[in-house]
Ligand binder design. Structure first.
Ligand SMILES: [Zn+2]
Length: 79
């Protein structure tokens, strides 16, 4: 059994591994290689204003979860 909580793309109710409190995780999205590839594809097939789209779409990015009370890293949702 892994002690790392399973997290989704949205803030989730988890027990913080650091301060052991039941918290609603704070999510920070970050672009992945896939995000850059989609951006490149959109750039080639469409036009440049579309390039920012994958950077705004949650499903194209990983979501890092953090504890709002102690700021501990909880886990990452891989899109
Ligand atoms: Zn915590």
């Amino acid at each position: 059994m892994s002690s790392v909580p399973v997290v989704g793309p949205k803030p989730s109710q988890v027990t913080c591994p650091s301060c052991k409190s039941s918290i609603m995780s704070k999510v920070k999205h970050k672009p992945t290689t896939k995000t850059h590839l989609i951006a490149l594809l959109l750039c080639l097939c469409l036009c440049w204003p579309c390039v920012c789209v994958p950077y705004c779409v949650d499903s194209c990015r990983n979501a890092d979860h953090y504890c709002p009370s102690c700021n501990a890293y909880i886990g990452t949702y891989q899109s």
